[in-house]
Design a protein around this ligand. Structure first.
Ligand code: GDP
Ligand code: GDP
Length: 442
């Protein structure tokens, strides 16, 4: 289970800057592709790739934990952020080292004490400040753990990360769901109302859904087992699996943290889209989370039944354009309501899983690099040319290739994409991200 860390503090102390420092890695290959967006408030910190955790920026919490915005959609999002703080494994109480302790900080602290979550005090903006003076200003808060950082300059982030990891619950909960390796773990994810519950219920049948719930050890994590055409699956933490709650407001029941956790736990993520609505920003940010996690991906375009022939043509061209940056992912048209397209959906899921877990040998990947290199050597950049010497497989799920060479700093992004496409074609890798790691020297 992906632990949850909440950033709490009054406006302008630097929470969103800190959020970015924790959640935005500098891995250019995966990030910053046009068409992928990242949620502004929810993300996953992978600074230690072995110990990822979810981060929520709770936004503008005011006194007593009351959000500044409480109306409408923004209000629902704010309430969700607030309850995320209440459910988090660790709170980072962020304060402004330049301005010192304020009345609003005092109020937030009083609320935090009531929530009784483990809390670390993070004094931000200490760049150019005298740390001892700044610390003494907040001494009366009585925290035993105080970190002084500059989020904007990434100063103190390593120490903060160490502190966070030391405070988070021990791993092990995740293994709870891993106990049956013969079951492929699938997550059906997507924004509210795309049809996740309808799909999952159709796959399972109502009674079976209740009968075979696999409760997790923490919170209300739920997985459910499915047998289909003689194969075993485990559907992990899907919103659609939860019993219908009284609060049926779509935004309220949609939990971004649960979505991030489901993505983390699955082997194949099925991103549901609503054919009648195209690709929204929220769809794009769920997609971003799947790519960041390196999960195999199948896009299921749901509600295909509701479209006229003309609308289908429109939808096809729109989706092709919006999803062009993940053209390696298969898109399947389905109707959860009528149960059509599901056979094709599961075929695509299996193809994606097979690609993601395919073991490749050192000699075959070197052969591929050699041919790619000879067909199209890297260009000269201001008189410098990268040399690619050899490559070895760096793991599966997603397939990873470690390329060793020299002058790799001048290897253009376009060449990295060329290599990726070349390897994809040669090894028929569909439905999975592919990672290249470039290492200077041999
Ligand atoms: P939030 O409202 O708590 O999310 O705060 P923001 O992250 O939006 O930051 C508020 C302001 O503080 C922005 O102008 C940031 O550039 C600035 N800021 C954030 N972190 C630092 C820091 O470490 N040092 C300094 N000097 N300014 C910072
Ligand atoms: P969730 O929030 O993603 O779990 O979405 P639901 O499964 O609750 O579905 C939201 C709405 O879309 C409901 O009114 C469903 O009846 C409807 N819906 C779901 N799948 C389909 C479909 O394949 N075709 C059509 N026409 N409507 C669908």
């Amino acid at each position: 289970m992906l632990p949850l860390v909440a950033l709490v503090g009054r406006p302008n102390v630097g929470k969103s800057t800190l959020f970015n420092a924790l959640t935005r890695s500098r891995d250019a290959l995966v990030h910053d592709q046009p068409g992928v967006t990242r949620d502004r408030n929810y993300g996953v910190c992978r600074l230690d790739p072995e110990a990822p955790f979810a981060v929520v920026d709770t936004g503008g919490i005011a006194g007593e934990g009351v959000h500044l915005e409480t109306q409408g959609l923004a209000g629902a999002t704010a309430r969700q952020a607030r309850s995320a703080a209440e459910e988090s494994d660790l709170v980072l109480f962020v304060v402004d080292g330049r301005e010192g302790a304020s009345a609003l900080d005092d109020e937030i602290l009083a609320w935090l004490r009531k929530t009784a979550r483990p809390t670390v005090l993070v004094i931000n903006k200490i760049d150019g400040m005298d740390e001892t003076t700044v610390r003494s200003d907040f001494a009366r808060y009585g925290f035993s753990d105080v970190l002084a950082v500059s989020a904007a300059h990434r100063q103190g982030i390593d120490e903060l990360l160490e502190e966070i990891l030391a405070r988070l619950p021990e791993e092990g909960d995740a293994e709870e769901l891993d106990d049956d390796p013969s079951r492929m773990r699938i997550a059906f994810v997507g924004r509210p109302n795309v049809g996740k519950s309808t799909l999952v219920n159709r796959l399972l049948g109502e009674e079976r859904m209740i009968a075979s719930e696999v409760p997790g050890t923490t919170r209300d994590s739920i997985a459910v087992d499915l047998e289909r055409d003689g194969r075993q699956y485990r559907l992990v933490d899907t919103a659609g699996l939860r019993r219908k709650s009284k609060v049926d407001e779509a935004v309220e029941k949609f939990s971004i943290v649960k979505t991030l956790q489901a993505i983390e736990q699955c082997q194949v993520a099925v991103l549901l889209l609503d054919a009648t609505e195209g690709v929204t920003d929220q769809d794009a940010s769920v997609l971003g989370a799947i790519l960041d996690a390196g999960r195999a991906l199948v896009v299921a375009i749901n509600k295909w039944d509701g479209l006229t022939v003309y609308q289908r043509e429109q939808a096809e061209s729109l989706l092709a354009r919006k999803l062009s940056f993940v053209e390696w992912a298969e898109a399947v048209r389905i109707s959860a309501k009528h149960g059509s397209g599901l056979r094709e959906l599961f075929r695509a899921i299996h193809r994606a899983h097979a690609s993601a877990t395919r073991e490749l040998g050192t000699s075959e990947v070197n052969k591929a690099l050699e041919i790619a290199y000879e067909t199209n050597p890297p260009p000269s950049i201001r008189g410098h040319v990268s040399k690619l010497r050899f490559v070895h497989p760096g793991g599966t799920n997603p397939p990873t290739f470690i390329v060793h060479g020299t002058r790799l700093k001048v290897l253009p992004e376009s060449y990295k994409r060329y290599l990726e496409n070349f390897f994809r074609k040669r090894f028929k890798l569909v439905g999975t991200p592919v990672r290249f790691v470039f290492k200077e020297g041999v």
